[in-house]
Ligand binder design. Structure first.
Ligand SMILES: [Zn+2]
Length: 491
């Protein structure tokens, strides 16, 4: 069992011979955990232009039309039809669910200007760090979580913290990590030891470190098993040189294991756009309070990094009862579309586990989650095709209506999966920015106002969820608010 190196036990007899620590920089190059989800959807300049052109032509007589409002906003109504009209909730998942999840172009380019407004949001840290129930007394397991100490309303900011340190690359990057660690005060270093470490198997870098440590330990055992008198002068020198190195190697391993399991992305940016970032741009950071919140596939909190403020903010996304554990998703943008088996694998790669109701096969809601998430995946794949088509050609009203329904069904699947976060905002923004404006162009004149009322409805929903997840002081929320105001102003 690993122990922190400052303890006596950690200094015990393991040794290394000349570890080349440059070799340990085996960043695995994977994407960061998605603590922050992608920003709201692409605005779609072409659609925008069409929308405003059409708005100017809108007839005042259309105000009498009330066709389709209810069906257009009723994502809560049960309806399992897929785009072809099939009613089976599972048949559609069988065909497409194994395809790779599509890479949606949802990233809305946020304006890079200084914060134009400031809203002071209180941080109500109604929680305590407690040991998890049903765990042993092993002090190294770090089996602790954050628990609510009183009832917490949705949209409450419970954490707002600066990173302990940041690094300019997303991988394990051991040399840079250790340099940052050495710069910390002793008390901040202590805070890292209290975090949950990843298992060695979670990354190639950790495995390499572990392999080196074990190999060197075996080599030195032969010397250490000899009595002082039996050791040659050369062996004594080797031993005295290698012990501090061994301790250092163990230290590196432990820090890297905690970084791997707890680092957070600082960027709200697709991977392919990151190449243009200036050298040294911080892309990952360690946030101690956030790190104590365990993962759940049915989380009750949402965490996002506010680059303007330089803070990680965590908000509750539903009512939290006193004594309930606070949970966040560690890979929010994909977990609502994958089954328990795939999630388990992905969590493992981050050194995490999950026993939430969507992962526990014995939980009565397990199958509800499996079905809803697989159906959401299928619908997301189908919608991606629709959006690709929409970029290339004009679609008929029927096609757009079907796409709208498909999207609302998907939002309902997400809610069934316990998703109360910006994942629904991403989809609604596609309705607001792309599908509904295109539909407004082809509906009969008398129905145009109704279509715009539906757009406003979804813009309001996005604004509400955005406020709850990001907070009123965030740029993400400001953009959502602007969209709603813009829609309202033209109605
Ligand atoms: Zn889970």
């Amino acid at each position: 069992m690993l122990r922190k190196p400052s303890t006596a036990s950690a200094a015990q007899a393991r040794a290394t011979d000349g570890i080349n620590f440059d070799r340990l920089a085996l960043g695995d190059g994977r994407e960061l955990k998605a603590d922050e989800q992608l920003p709201p959807s692409s605005t779609g300049e072409a659609a925008k232009k069409r929308r405003y052109k059409k708005r100017t032509r809108r007839s005042n007589n259309s105000k009498s039309a009330a066709v389709g409002v209810v069906e257009d906003i009723a994502e809560t109504e049960p309806n399992n039809a897929n785009v072809d009209g099939a009613e089976s909730p599972t048949s559609d998942t069988d065909t497409v669910a194994t395809e790779p999840f599509p890479q949606f172009q949802l990233g809305r380019a946020l304006p890079q200007h200084p914060r134009a407004f400031y809203v002071e949001i209180p941080v109500l840290a109604h929680y305590a760090l407690r040991e998890l129930p049903n765990v042993g007394d092993d002090e190294d397991d770090n089996d602790e979580g954050l628990f609510a100490t009183q009832k917490i309303e949705p949209g409450t900011r419970i954490i707002s913290e600066q990173p302990l340190f940041t690094l300019p690359a997303p991988g394990d990057q051991v040399p840079q990590l250790m340099a940052a660690y050495e710069n910390l005060s002793e008390s901040d270093q202590e805070r890292i030891w209290k975090l949950r470490p990843a298992a060695a198997e979670a990354s190639d870098a950790l495995m390499s470190l572990r392999f080196l440590i074990d190999k060197l330990a075996v080599e030195l055992q032969t010397i250490m098993y000899k009595s002082e008198a039996e050791r040659t002068a050369e062996e004594k020198t080797t031993l005295s040189e290698m012990r501090p190195k061994s301790q250092f190697a163990m230290n590196v391993y432990r820090v890297a294991a905690r970084w791997h399991a707890n680092k957070c992305s600082l960027l709200d940016m697709p991977l392919d756009q990151r190449a243009d970032l200036p050298n040294g741009t911080p892309v990952a950071g360690l946030f101690i309070e956030r790190a104590h919140i365990r993962h759940s596939c049915v989380p009750n909190c949402f965490a996002s990094y506010d680059a303007d403020l330089g803070r990680m903010n965590v908000h509750t996304t539903r009512d939290v009862a006193p004594g309930e554990e606070l949970t966040c998703s560690s890979f929010a943008d994909t977990m609502y579309y994958s089954n328990a088996k795939d999630r388990k694998q992905e969590l493992f790669s981050w050194g995490l586990t999950c026993d939430c109701e969507a992962c526990d096969e014995k939980h009565p809601k397990f199958n509800v989650h499996e079905t809803a998430r697989q159906r959401a995946h299928t619908r997301a794949v189908l919608l991606n095709d629709v959006l690709t088509r929409l970029e290339k050609e004009d679609m008929t009203e029927d096609d757009l209506k079907t796409a709208q329904k498909l999207l609302l069904d998907l939002v309902r699947d997400l809610k069934t999966s316990g998703c109360e976060s910006v994942e629904t905002v991403r989809w609604r923004n596609i309705l607001v920015d792309r599908i509904l404006p295109a539909r407004a162009l082809v509906v009969p004149e008398a129905e145009m106002l109704v279509t715009w009322q539906v757009i406003l409805h979804h813009a309001k929903e996005s604004e509400t969820v955005g406020k709850m997840c990001y907070g009123e002081d965030s740029e993400n929320y400001r953009v959502l608010k602007q969209t709603r105001e813009g829609t309202e102003a033209t109605l």
